[in-house]
Design a binder for this molecule. Structure first.
Ligand SMILES: Cc1cc2nc3c(=O)[nH]c(=O)nc-3n(C[C@H](O)[C@H](O)[C@H](O)COP(=O)(O)OP(=O)(O)OC[C@H]3O[C@@H](n4cnc5c(N)ncnc54)[C@H](O)[C@@H]3O)c2cc1C
Length: 432
């Protein structure tokens, strides 16, 4: 039979799909290099947890899935240096590290992503003294367009290393990632609803005094659900399995999903449903870091996230709130606000200084464009940078000015992928 191949891939959110000409599952760097060498268009996909079309395979292209290239390669316990194959998920890495008394110093709020997919889009957590996951990378093995396997670090091929830590999948296929880990640690977690006004008034104090502070503003209310996570030597409280399941699965997923479904069916009820969210009360526990940072996510949504300079945080949140109220938008998913340290990675959303991240979401199947475009205009006026793996409407022309080292990245890209073997429509739009 001729014609287009059938759709065989969809992302987690269900808003992106593609029909690769061929799907390859190479095992080992040599097999991966063979696939890259023999294909004219290649797109590697991680766990498909990006909302943007960044992982979509272009027409006629080969999709590379690294599920057979997902093991821990080496661990040096005294130095904390760990090398993993690129397809390893963060969840698997967390478990393997915990078994040898190590951990990643900071994580985002899920662990389903592959380590290479996460760093490629500048995935981050929260904590103004901690950079995104890519800042924990000290070495990479990259398969470039001609099929060469290049090892790079701050000392070897430093330009490729500098850029490929947040490479958007544009500089080659990562085969292995070397990470600087830290000894295992526990976090004291406190989650409680507070009035948004009081959170914004004391924002600098919350951000400075806690290792990891974030909050979720609940639209249509005055409430913010805050989370404070701090390193502790206290023993784990050993939350009983039923309690963990009640809070993380039933309340944060099953009940929240039901609220979102009702809101989708009857949007006019959203403001009233929102008042139920802050009733969760105060919760406090001590658990190993990875169990606190990352939680299960069953409720599927669409998301856009912007980073703005930390100093613009209060203005950004206040203006997003006014946008929702003034335009009468009905928003059922809380707005997540986080903070990170700055870094020196050319296309990192945290390049050059501390950032505040503001993430807006709508429940799957609901219209997002008017809301996201309105928020994007606010973020654009605050020198915002969109998360590469989340929805946004920006193009290369208007992204270049917010990345001082844009041209440095482009020079490396021209060198390692002169024919655009790793390009796809998303990269054409955002990189040119
Ligand atoms: C429920 C949910 C929660 C999330 N939470 C957070 C969060 O807390 N913080 C945050 O910053 N983001 C978050 N994200 C976004 C997510 O972390 C990123 O989109 C991440 O890139 C997804 O990783 P992945 O393995 O699924 O990669 P994919 O989405 O499959 O791919 C992303 C990009 O990485 C490239 N890539 C993958 N593997 C390789 C490789 N081996 N070599 C070269 N390029 C490669 C792909 O080609 C593509 O360009 C969340 C997403 C979801 C759905």
């Amino acid at each position: 039979m001729t014609g287009r191949p059938a759709v065989t891939w969809r992302n987690w959110a269900g808003n992106q799909q593609c029909a690769p000409a061929r799907v390859e599952h190479p095992a080992g760097a040599a097999a991966l290099a063979d696939v890259v060498r023999s294909a004219s268009r290649v797109k590697v996909v991680g766990s498909g947890h990006s909302f943007s079309d960044i992982a979509v395979v272009p027409d006629g292209g080969v999709q590379v899935v690294l599920d057979r290239h997902a093991s821990l390669l080496s661990v040096d316990r005294p130095s904390g240096v760990v090398k993993a194959q690129a397809g390893m998920t963060i969840g698997a890495l967390n478990r393997a590290l915990a078994a040898v008394g190590l951990a990643l110093p900071n994580l985002g709020d899920i662990a389903y992503q592959t380590i290479s997919g996460a760093i490629s889009t500048a995935t981050h957590g929260t904590g103004v003294r901690f950079g995104g996951i890519a800042t924990q990378v000290i070495g990479l093995e990259v398969v470039t367009a001609d099929g060469s396997v290049v090892s790079c670090s701050a000392d070897a091929e430093p330009e490729l290393f500098a850029c490929a830590r947040v490479g958007l999948g544009a500089l080659g296929v990562l085969s292995a990632v070397t990470l600087q880990c830290v000894p295992s640690f526990r976090l004291h977690a406190v989650a409680e609803p507070l009035r948004l006004g009081s959170v914004l008034k004391a924002l600098d104090r919350h951000v400075e005094e806690n290792d990891h502070f974030e909050f979720f503003y609940v639209p249509h209310t005055d409430w913010a659900l805050t989370k404070r996570h701090n390193r502790t030597d206290a023993p784990a409280t050993g939350m009983p399995r039923w309690k963990w399941a009640w809070e993380k699965v039933v309340m944060e997923n099953v009940a929240f999903g039901a609220v979102c479904r009702v809101g989708r069916a009857r949007p006019s009820l959203i403001p009233r449903l929102a008042t139920a969210l802050p009733s969760s009360g105060r919760r406090e526990y001590v658990e190993p870091s990875h169990a606190v940072f990352a939680t299960p996510r069953w409720v599927h949504f669409y998301e856009m996230e912007y980073s703005v300079p930390r100093a613009a945080a209060v203005e950004a949140v206040t203006r997003v709130r006014s946008l929702i109220d003034d335009r009468g938008l009905l928003v059922s998913v809380p707005i997540e606000v986080r903070f990170t340290a700055g870094d020196d990675i050319p296309l990192s959303t945290a390049y050059g200084g501390q950032r505040c991240y503001i993430a807006v979401h709508v429940y799957r199947g609901m219209e997002y464009e008017p809301y996201f475009r309105g928020v994007e205009e606010i973020m654009r006026s605050l020198d915002g940078r969109p998360h590469w793996g989340k929805l946004h409407f920006r193009t290369a022309d208007d992204l270049a000015p917010v990345y001082p080292e844009w041209e440095r990245f482009q020079a490396v890209r021209r060198k390692v992928d002169p024919e655009g073997k790793f390009a796809n429509p998303y990269l054409d739009r955002v990189l040119g």
